[in-house]
Ligand binder design. Structure first.
Ligand SMILES: [Ca+2]
Ligand SMILES: [Ca+2]
Length: 296
């Protein structure tokens, strides 16, 4: 018990700091993922989900995993950044990788989401896993001496946990602050979207960051990661830098892993260890991505 007390104290302190509104107000120019890469010192952690009510979740059984150092963007990639990428693509690639307008077809006020400058600092959605990967590959080509890619599932979870042990959410254990505020953009289990101030997506960085200074690891948009989805994906992979069928198009059911939950989903999907899957070619209004830079 004594060993746990300092950890519990630190987690409580971080949680209260998160709730105090003390994080600095972000300016729009600060919000480019590429300009805000955070160095994460690698280490070992307990990956997976151990739910108090249900025990270990079938596709996210706990396993001690070690990741090497890496850099990850503090923010989800924004519409403005993705538009810049498309401008540099040839016509074929631009057409293939463009977000699908149809993902907002039922939402009249959102149809210009990708093209209207008022949504510049909102996370890009409506893109496939292939498009997210192409964005990273292009950064590698255009940035001399640097290598970019999507996070592995293990890197993503390590980053989301922000060095906290056994935390449910990226900021700690409790969904709400003592004053009732929420720390992420999501839909509550009772079906209400706007309890956190946002009905749809929110500009990236609208909520306090986790301990690694990473924003929106819980909620706003789900994030494509590099791994293909399988029930036992990371279980069957190495315990150092695991990555299941990375960089590849999945050859079975077409499923890639998405992480973090979104504005359309309830609180269980905000959990750090929660896994979801989506076909690599699906375009939705609730999945975007963030980028990793390889540390040489
Ligand atoms: Ca919301
Ligand atoms: Ca997110």
């Amino acid at each position: 018990m004594n060993r746990l007390l300092p950890i519990a104290s630190i987690m409580l302190m971080i949680f209260l700091l998160s709730c105090s509104g003390s994080f600095s107000v972000l300016k729009k120019k600060d919000l480019r993922a590429l300009d805000n890469m955070v160095t994460i010192k690698g280490g070992s952690f307990m990956m997976g989900l151990n739910n108090e009510l249900f025990g270990e979740v079938n596709d996210a059984r706990t396993k001690t995993v070690t990741v090497s150092d890496f850099k990850i963007s503090a923010f989800e990639v924004t519409n403005a950044e993705f538009r810049d990428f498309l401008k540099k693509c040839d016509d074929n690639d631009s057409a293939m990788f463009s977000p699908a307008d149809s993902v907002w077809k039922e939402f009249v006020g959102m149809r210009d989401y990708f093209y209207d400058f008022k949504y510049n600092s909102y996370p890009v959605v409506g893109i496939t896993w292939t498009a997210a990967k192409a964005f990273c590959d292009s950064l590698t080509r255009w940035t001399l001496g640097k290598t970019f890619r999507l996070p592995t599932e293990a890197e993503w979870e390590f980053a989301a946990r922000g060095s906290l042990e056994g935390n449910v959410y990226p900021w700690g254990q409790d969904l709400q602050c003592p004053n009732g505020d929420y720390l992420a953009n999501f839909k509550k289990r009772d079906g209400v979207y706007e309890h956190d101030g946002f009905i749809y997506t929110a500009p990236v960085g609208s909520f306090p960051p986790n301990k690694y200074k990473l924003y929106d690891m819980g909620g706003n948009v789900n994030e494509w990661v590099n791994d293909s989805y399988a029930l036992t994906g990371y279980q069957e992979s190495d315990d150092i830098d695991p990555c299941f069928d990375c960089e590849e198009l999945p050859d079975n059911n077409g499923a890639k892993v998405i992480r973090g939950g979104s504005w359309t989903q309830d609180e269980i999907y905000l959990e750090c260890g929660r896994r979801q899957r989506l076909r690599y070619d699906a375009k939705t209004n609730y999945v975007g991505f963030r980028i990793v830079e390889v540390v040489q």
